[in-house]
Design a binder for this molecule. Structure first.
Ligand code: COA
Length: 168
């Protein structure tokens, strides 16, 4: 089955909410996507389409890393969702890979995820890399990936998740 990948358009918003709700079994993540988009924080919103129907989605939104000296352009990967009947066919992997490439093209230097430690390291995410970034989350699920090699070397920083993450 051919899957096409592209950025979201205005016609996709309802279907994106539905894919998230179907994948997570509740509307919170779809609501999060809507809130982040409405607040102008979405950097990349990418979809997977099969036979004209949306089957997968991933969102990257602004989450800059503040240090004493500077601000490192960074994004949060959240949420990502693939319809249950389309899972385990590589669609999620493709959404992550393509999304990371676009984030890099748009000048982002780091991606942060709060996700399953068994899934995200395959893309290069590491909890070790995120250790010196302070956030409300600081266990092995809190991971970072450098889009620019070495950008987190010796960095002591902080991220502040925007309100939508706490209101869904
Ligand atoms: C996570 C998700 C997007 C992956 O999409 P997918 O298209 O099935 O992913 P792929 O086919 O590229 O990769 C499948 C791999 O992901 C792993 N995987 C899927 N969900 C996982 C989870 N919650 N924890 C750990 N591993 C997971 C599978 O074990 C499989 O690993 P394998 O290749 O070693 O067997 C999809 O399973 C989903 O929508 N899950 C529900 C929503 C969710 O939990 N989203 C992630 C948190 S934001």
């Amino acid at each position: 089955m051919a899957i096409h990948y592209r950025e979201e358009t205005a016609d996709d918003l309802r279907a994106i909410h539905q894919v998230n709700t179907a994948a997570f079994g509740l509307p919170a993540e779809g609501n999060l996507v809507d809130l982040l988009r409405n607040d102008g924080l979405a950097v990349v919103s990418y979809v997977a389409v099969s036979n004209h129907a949306l089957v997968g989605h991933i969102l990257f939104s602004e989450l800059p890393i503040e240090t004493k000296q500077t601000t490192i352009p960074a994004v949060a990967l959240a949420p990502m969702a693939v319809l249950p009947q389309f899972q385990r066919q590589g669609i999620g992997t493709e959404l992550v890979r393509r999304g990371l490439d676009i984030c890099r093209e748009r000048g982002q230097q780091v991606v942060i995820v709060l996700g399953h430690p068994a899934y995200y390291p395959r893309f290069g995410f590491s909890s070790e890399l995120a250790k010196r970034i302070s956030s409300p989350f600081s266990d092995e699920a809190f991971m970072a990936l450098e889009l620019v090699a070495g950008v987190l070397d010796n960095v002591q920083g902080q991220v502040t998740y925007p309100p939508p993450f706490f209101s869904v």
